[in-house]
Design a protein around this ligand. Structure first.
Ligand SMILES: C[S@@+](CC[C@H](N)C(=O)[O-])C[C@H]1O[C@@H](n2cnc3c(N)ncnc32)[C@H](O)[C@@H]1O
Length: 267
């Protein structure tokens, strides 16, 4: 094998750093040298103790990436820090994206004291924990279908000394239909592949007036991205709700975007 260039970035098509773990995507033409590339990265990045190779995008009901261990310590559990909060995460068993940190902060800054908030797709709890740090007087209910993510959420409430979040493990639709009363001021819907299927559930949960933050993956074939996407989501709403604002969270592929819609509800 030829000596590798120290500039490892040329071999990668992506890298996420979560705590002390780097999850890398290697360009297909360099995959045969994955071990050498991984060793090069771990020797270059002082704060990284493990390297994992990402083998798929997020998939399945639990939205987890498949990955394999490459170098360093073989342990997929780490602590990630953001906005003064800490999250314990097993990167191989639960969804987590450091790229949503700005969104979590943005939503936390919108929340007012004493709100009642429902997070329909809570994962290991990052949105709710950041909100709780900003507004400890809020009462938050987290729903999460992946039992492992739900367990990590409980660990993370303790780690952050938070006692105003209740966690329910199960399907958001079932839980809303059977266990919850419609007394929330804000509903968060961070399941961009499918959240539009749950809009009626979210609307039902708002008491008189409030906000829904809906994340969706949408396609726009021309440059009027937000106008096109607003039109798509407006068709899913009724007279009780309107899109107050929307923004592109990230570009996810040719013509495809993750968009967040801040929807005002008045009943
Ligand atoms: C894109 S992740 C977001 C997780 C978390 N909010 C975050 O930002 O890290 C979506 C989460 O929704 C969960 N999920 C998928 N379908 C669900 C359902 N029907 N009810 C409740 N949770 C669901 C997945 O297991 C996953 O953890």
């Amino acid at each position: 094998m030829e000596l590798l260039d120290k500039n490892y970035k040329k071999y990668l098509s992506g890298m996420d750093i979560i705590g002390e773990i780097a999850i890398i995507k290697i360009k297909s033409e360099f995959l045969s040298e994955k071990m050498e590339i991984s060793d090069l990265i771990i020797n270059s990045l002082k704060n990284i103790r493990s390297i994992y190779l990402q083998e798929s995008g997020v998939k399945g009901e639990f939205r987890v990436k498949s990955m394999s261990y490459l170098s360093g310590i073989e342990d997929p559990v780490t602590i990630y820090k953001e906005s003064g909060c800490q999250f314990l995460i097993d990167v191989s068993k639960v969804y987590f994206s450091p790229r949503l940190s700005n969104e979590r902060l943005r939503i936390a800054q919108l929340v007012q004291p004493d709100e009642k908030i429902l997070n329909m797709f809570a994962g290991i709890g990052p949105f709710s924990i950041v909100i709780s740090k900003f507004q400890p007087s809020c009462k938050i209910t987290d729903i999460e279908i992946n039992p492992i993510a739900s367990e990590y959420a409980l660990d993370n409430y303790l780690l952050n000394k938070i006692n105003n979040i209740t966690s329910i493990c199960g399907d958001a639709h079932e839980i809303i239909q059977n266990q919850l009363s419609p007394d929330f001021s804000r509903v968060i819907m961070p399941l961009p592949e499918k959240s539009t299927e749950f809009i009626d559930d979210a609307l039902t949960m708002i008491h008189k007036r409030g906000w829904i933050h809906l994340y969706a993956h949408l396609n726009s074939s021309d440059d009027n991205i937000l106008m096109n996407c607003n039109n798509i989501i407006s068709k899913e709403l009724d007279e009780r709700s309107r899109i107050a604002s929307s923004r592109i969270v990230k570009h996810i592929g040719p013509g495809w975007y993750q968009i967040v819609f801040d929807i005002e509800v008045i009943k």
